[in-house]
Design a protein around this ligand. Structure first.
Ligand code: WAQ
Ligand code: MG
Length: 255
């Protein structure tokens, strides 16, 4: 059995009472790993670049091994970009390559760009029309119950490619789960951490990092999940929120 550990932290009260989202985290850990992971989450919520949390919610739930699905980690591509405008143009192109229509790619980018504050979850958007489909408003759909299958192998695989930072470590696990959802076409993301300007476009084929997707200093980030027009919204939302998933790198090049 593993344990799903989920944390969400806010400032100025709980999220549902209008507090500002500071940080969130989701893991699937063994019983022995519970204390370390919850400690780390509290630490993160209290020392975040978005501000110090005054509301922290941590939920721990047992997950039987039989419920867990194993999936492969996405391969990483990196594109160095020297301006936000060029980054967003490259993101649009990547989304179109992944099968999103140019109209939907433009609208998805616009939805993220026009946010006035960060949601704590993602927007689900039709990959044909660009229309937002989820009804979660200011909350967004929060992907949860995912982790890596073998932490050491994952760490080694990433560091052999020159990656060590926590952002990519977490984002790649999330993106791998998201792209494994039936009916998912692509994902667009940039961070809500003011100092982190790298974002990505992910599809079932690859995870492409783009070094400049938002201006340095901006606290507004977010995620757009582009889904097939005929997707069952409840089904895909349940998969994203609730299906326990472990991501494996075994078999990926370099292992
Ligand atoms: N489920 C859905 N949406 C989420 C989740 C989640 N579990 N976690 C975060 N978000 C949304 C939410 O709107 C956040 O404001 C936004 O995404 C950004 O989250 O170098 O750090 O955790 O390759 O700030 C990407 C590049 C870093 C990594 C992404 O996102 C790299 C990042 P953050
Ligand atoms: Mg963040």
């Amino acid at each position: 059995m593993l344990f799903s550990v989920r944390m969400r932290a806010a400032q100025g009260g709980a999220h549902e009472a209008g507090g500002k989202h500071i940080s969130g985290s989701e893991r699937l850990v063994s019983k022995e790993g519970l204390k370390t992971s919850t400690n780390g989450m509290i630490e993160r919520a209290l020392s975040h670049s978005r501000g110090e949390a005054d509301f922290i919610n941590i939920t721990v739930e047992a997950v039987p091994f039989s419920a867990i699905r194993k999936i492969n980690c996405l391969p990483i591509q990196a594109v160095a970009i020297d301006s936000v405008a060029a980054g967003r143009a490259a993101a649009q192109e990547k989304l179109i390559n992944a099968g999103v229509t140019s109209q939907a790619a433009a609208k998805g980018l616009e939805l993220l760009t026009e946010l006035t504050h960060s949601l704590r979850g993602a927007m689900l958007v039709c990959g044909n029309t660009g229309k937002r489909l989820d009804k979660t408003g200011n909350r967004g759909v929060r992907v949860s119950r995912m982790d890596v299958d073998d932490e050491q192998a994952y760490h080694n695989w990433l560091s052999r490619q020159g990656y060590t930072n926590i952002h990519i470590k977490e984002a790649l696990v999330l993106a791998s789960k998201v792209s494994s959802a039936p009916g998912m076409i692509a994902e667009l993301c940039w961070s809500d951490d003011p100092e982190y300007t790298t974002g990505y476009v992910a599809s079932p084929a690859e995870y492409t990092r783009l070094t400049h997707l938002k201006p340095f200093g901006s606290e507004i980030g977010g995620r757009v999940f582009f889904v097939a027009p005929d997707v069952d919204l409840d089904e895909i939302t349940t998969y994203l929120e609730s299906q326990p998933v472990l991501v494996q790198v075994a078999g990926r090049e370099g292992i």
